[in-house]
Write a protein of this length. Structure first.
Length: 212
């Protein structure tokens, strides 16, 4: 079986040690780092994402696959930097100020990394100013915000308002998600997109980049 297909299959099975070993072999065989990333790791995570979307697998399986992906990524990172290979986009991610829930946000981060994005995870209880300042400093394309509490979701408007006040809303796009949110709420606060789950978040972020 093709080495990159083996990497993809092992990642889907959540086999961290095998992904590490196969990635090492691919590097030794002078397979380009970008090809290992695209046709091995990302290809595997794309299948994991699709299976998660269709409820064929669940969160624990995704977490095992993510650990396997990181085992390969850690070896590829220095090579990708050396070859000046850039991620397909950069997103600043966090749970909004006042909210300490981060399981959904963490899952979104895993899926975005698996799709080839660079993710700057600010954690939880993140202020509007921190979101915006980090996005500016990191030249991020998108800010992703999560909330689980209805009392904190309104704080997302502070981010979109701040971007508009600084005339950055066309260069830094926003996406929101979380159990109490909706497409209508996203429109109401001026966010560019709403995602109802982690797999959908990847699709929506890709569409935001395409329309930029």
């Amino acid at each position: 079986m093709d080495l990159l297909q083996q990497i993809s299959d092992s990642l889907q099975n959540g086999d961290e040690k095998q992904v590490f070993e196969l990635t090492r072999q691919a590097i030794e065989q002078k397979v380009p780092a970008k090809q290992i990333l695209d046709d091995g790791l990302i290809a595997g995570m794309n299948i994991v994402g699709e299976q998660f979307r269709t409820h064929k697998i669940f969160i624990p399986h995704v977490l095992f696959a993510a650990k396997a992906m990181y085992a390969g990524m850690d070896q590829l990172k220095p090579l990708l930097i050396k070859e000046n290979i850039r991620p397909i986009g950069k997103i600043v991610l966090g749970t909004i100020e006042g909210d300490l829930h981060d399981i959904g946000k963490n899952l979104v981060g895993i899926m975005l990394k698996g799709a080839g994005f660079e993710v700057i995870d600010l954690g939880k209880d993140v202020s509007a100013d921190t979101f915006v300042q980090t996005a500016i400093a990191e030249s991020a394309d998108i800010i992703g915000m999560s909330a689980l509490l209805t009392t904190t979701m309104l704080n997302m408007r502070k981010v979109t308002d701040l971007l508009r006040a600084r005339d950055l809303n066309s260069s830094i796009r926003t996406i929101v998600g979380g159990a109490p949110l909706s497409e209508a709420f996203a429109r109401e606060i001026g966010a560019d997109a709403y995602a109802y789950d982690a797999a959908n978040a990847v699709d929506r972020v890709k569409k935001l980049l395409e329309s930029a």
